[in-house]
Design a protein. Sequence first.
Length: 145
Amino acid sequence: MLKRFIAVAMFTSVCLCFEIPGAAQKGETFKARLAPVPMDASMRQNVTGSGSATAVLAGNKLSITVTFTGLGGAATAARLHQGVATGVRGSPFHDLTISKATSGTLSAAFDLTPEQAENLKKGRVYIQIYSEKAPDGNLWGWLLR
């Protein structure tokens, strides 16, 4: 009986040490709080609103959900951007479909290049929403773990 117990205990220990092929992977979760982009006094009335985003990266597949509210004008575009560091503006690399409204939700899933996935993990990717009253950018938020 004792030998059987030891054999089961050893098997269990070995199984816990190795990843089982085919086991489901949840992916890495990233979140962002969307807030007004940096602005000067002349843009104060036009750059309004707030929102949030949640993204899950599984391999190179990114699934993202974004909510926004309180824009001064209807949304015109939403894009993922890549900066050289967290908080530093960068170039857009993926357009998202957004409703032309002052509040709403969008969801998308797409593949990132290995470089884009690595930059996301390093905190260099942000989402930016543009609106009729703020065509250079209304809300933005950095996707962070």
